[in-house]
Structures are given as structure tokens and as C-alpha cells.
Design a protein around this ligand. Structure first.
Ligand SMILES: *Cc1c(COP(=O)(O)O)cnc(C)c1O
Length: 398
């Protein structure tokens, strides 16, 4: 998964371009920058790679989600359907927009279950945010149909699934807007960075302005630009964008390598009939950052996860106990422990998140183990690792 594994001279060269001119800002300084527009270059390249018309680069994946919600007109009092298995940032973005996170169950794709989405739609529902977790996608076609039928905004959180596709179309390009992250543990990294993509020019213009204090970016004098709307500062610096330009060039290499590495471990695990794999709606489009599989019950899964740890197999995740990625441990969220009053707390009623029950998601997550697929493994390391994994499972009696 992590782009930091392939950081090299290409990234250094792009950053040096920026350091040599001293222009660290993405806008203006036309003369001084000597033709180097790293943020703009990254935006054009990413839009091309994703097959979309527009891309706006920003400071983080969390910022991307906030920008998408704002651009799509999701705000105070709007209900937004989200999954309980995601990085907490998805929920934080909804809360800071003034929205109300409404949880639907996940299915064996480890992403939002379309049927469950249908069940939690109310007259207040404004948007759905499926999160393409751990490198693969939700049943995005079905979710899209549900959104269309119910006139709902569809925003994809594709922060973990850059390069994944469904029937040849890129994750993040099915909805009104798609969000990406380039933080240090994502498929490619800028250090810190994010992006929104869309085919809708109006949404792009709104996003581009909102992320920079409402600037309309028309004309060549920033001080004289118009401000059609209020905004915030979610800008990325040229230094970060420069790293991203080099990393994006490595995306095909990264995904190819991940797929090869993942296949070897997956093929080895396929001999165990009690192990079932995460459903991937289009296997060919898997970005292969993780191998995720299910064991028959929680106790066997806990034992296997512990045994992987004892055997020295690193980067195995039992998300059910994880602080950041599954709702079960989000005590601060369930108690709405924010520094100041949240917009949702001004409403007459809002969900009691401490009382929320998601039995299906609990059942799935309690039986799930995910293994990170690394780029840097040598063939020998990979085959030793695979042998160890098989050995652990054999000893566990599965
Ligand atoms: C990483 C991540 C984010 C947030 O990205 P940052 O760049 O770290 O702010 C949002 N959603 C998901 C699913 C993520 O994995």
C-alpha cells in the first residue's frame, strides 16, 4: 500500500524544482516560478489517470471530504449515510459540515451494504458516502442506482483505493464527487495531501473556490479576484504537490506489484476451506493494497490474529479491536466528545450513537483479518512470509 516505500530520486527532483525557485505557493508568482506548477500538474495528471474532467488538489483527504460536502451543498441538519468501517475522518467531515452521520451496515465487500443503505433513508437524507476500504470497492453500481432513485448526493471516499476500478472505471468517479488522500500511509503520498475529482464543472468550480477562501481564480491578480462564496483554506503547498507528481508516475508500478504479491498469499490461503475471502465486486479492478479474509467465528479469528503476531508476521490487522477504523472503539465519537458544541447538538433530536446497534457489521468485522501488501518484499521474503502464514493456519486447525 504505502507509496513511501518507493520514495526516491524522482521525488527529490520534483521537490528541488520548487526549492530552486523558492515559490512554495500554488497560485501566482508567474515569473519567479519558472514554469513549475506542481499542484496544477498533479491535478491534470490525476484527472487524466482517473478518466474524469476535473480534479482539485487540497491539503488532506479529510479536507477533500469537507470540500466535497460543501461543494455538493451538504450542510447543517442534513443526514449523511456512512459505513461504520472507515477511517474516523469520514465521520469527522460530516460532523464539521453540520451534518448528521447515519450508519448503515457493511456487507462482505467490507463496504456499505446497498440494502442497508435503503433501510436508513429518511426525508432528511441528503447524501451517501460509501468508503472503498482497504484497496477494493463497494457495490458502487447498486449504491449509485439507489442514490439516483432517491435523489441523493453520492460522494465516494476513495482515500484508500486510488487505482481501484469497477468494470474499468476508477473508484471515486461514480458519484458526484470522489475524494482521495495522499497521507503517508496511502497508495501514493505527498506527505500530506488530498484531492477531489468530478465530471461536473459546477461542482469543480465550487470546490476550487471553497478550498481557497472563495477565490474565483479568475484573472492574474489574486488581490483583485472575486469571492462568490465563503470558504476556508485547504490549500496544498507546492512542496507537497511536487512529491505527488513523482509518486503518481509510479502508481501503475505500485498496483502491478501489489497484485503480484497479493496473488501469491491469496493462492496459498485458498487451500483452507474454512477461510473465505472478502467479496470484490470486480476482481480485476482490485488495487490489492490489502488481502482481507474471514474466519468462521470471532474466537478463531482472535486466535489466528494473535498467532500471526507471535509468528512475527507484521502488518496484520484485526480491525474489530482497532481504535481508528471501526466504530466499536470510537468512544469519543459515541459520546460526541468535541472541543465545542457541534451543530448537530442544536437539533431537537439526533441519533444516540452509544445505543446504536450494527449486528451484521459486528459479525463481519469480528471475523475479518486484513494483511497489508508491501511493495518492498523480495521474492524470498514473500515466500518465507507465505510459508509462515500457511503454517500458522495449519497449526490453528482450520
Ligand atoms: C486516510 C483516510 C482519510 C483521510 O485522509 P487524510 O489525508 O489522512 O486526512 C479519509 N478516509 C479514509 C477512508 C482514509 O483512509
Amino acid at each position: 500500500m504505502p507509496g513511501f516505500e518507493v520514495f526516491g530520486d524522482e521525488e527529490r527532483k520534483e521537490v528541488r524544482d520548487v526549492l530552486d525557485t523558492g515559490v512554495l505557493f500554488r497560485y501566482g508568482f508567474d515569473q519567479a516560478r519558472q514554469g513549475h506548477w506542481k499542484a496544477k500538474t498533479f491535478e491534470l495528471e490525476l484527472a487524466k489517470r482517473m478518466g474524469v474532467n476535473h480534479c482539485h488538489l487540497c491539503s488532506s483527504g479529510t479536507a477533500a471530504l469537507s470540500i466535497a460536502l460543501a461543494a455538493c451543498g451538504v450542510g447543517a441538519g442534513d443526514e449523511v449515510i456512512v459505513p461504520p468501517f472507515t477511517f474516523i475522518a469520514t465521520i469527522e467531515a460530516v460532523l464539521s459540515a453540520g451534518g448528521i452521520p447515519v450508519f448503515a451496515e457493511i456487507d462482505d465487500t467490507l463496504c456499505l451494504d446497498p440494502e442497508s443503505v435503503k433501510n436508513v433513508i429518511t426525508p432528511q437524507t441528503k447524501a451517501v458516502i460509501p468508503v472503498h476500504m482497504c484497496g477494493s470497492m463497494a457495490q458502487i453500481d447498486t449504491i449509485k442506482t439507489i442514490c439516483k432513485q432517491n435523489d441523493l448526493i453520492l460522494i465516494e471516499d476513495a482515500c484508500q483505493s486510488l487505482g481501484a476500478t469497477f468494470k474499468g472505471r476508477a473508484a471515486g468517479t461514480f458519484g458526484h464527487m470522489g475524494c482521495f488522500s495522499f497521507d503517508p500511509v496511502k497508495t501514493i503520498t505527498c506527505g500530506e495531501g488530498g484531492a477531489v475529482v468530478t465530471n461536473d464543472k459546477k461542482l469543480y468550480i465550487a470546490a476550487d473556490a471553497y478550498a481557497d477562501h472563495g477565490h474565483d481564480h479568475i484573472g492574474s491578480d489574486r488581490g483583485l479576484e472575486g469571492h462568490p462564496v465563503l470558504g476556508v483554506n485547504f490549500r496544498i503547498s507546492e512542496l507537497n504537490a511536487a512529491v505527488g507528481v513523482a509518486q503518481l508516475n509510479k502508481l501503475d508500478f505500485i498496483i502491478d506489484k501489489q497484485r503480484k504479491h497479493k496473488k501469491i498469499i491469496k493462492d496459498a490461503l485458498a487451500q483452507f476451506s474454512k477461510i473465505t475471502f472478502r467479496k470484490i465486486p470486480d476482481e480485476k479492478g482490485d488495487s490489492a493494497t490489502f488481502l482481507s479474509f474471514f474466519l468462521p467465528d470471532e474466537s478463531k479469528t482472535r486466535k489466528a490474529a494473535a498467532a500471526f503476531g507471535h509468528a512475527g508476521i507484521d502488518a496484520c490487522f484485526y480491525w474489530y479491536d482497532n481504535n481508528w477504523h471501526y466504530i466499536r472503539q470510537w468512544d469519543h465519537f459515541k459520546k460526541l466528545k468535541s472541543l465545542a458544541k457541534l451543530p448537530l447538538q442544536l437539533l431537537e433530536s439526533y441519533p444516540d450513537y452509544e445505543a446504536l446497534k450494527l449486528p451484521r457489521s459486528d459479525d463481519i468485522m469480528s471475523r475479518t483479518i486484513s494483511m497489508l501488501i508491501k511493495l518492498s518484499w523480495t521474492d524470498e521474503e514473500l515466500s518465507r512470509r507465505t510459508e509462515k502464514i500457511v503454517d500458522v493456519i495449519k497449526k490453528s486447525g482450520l
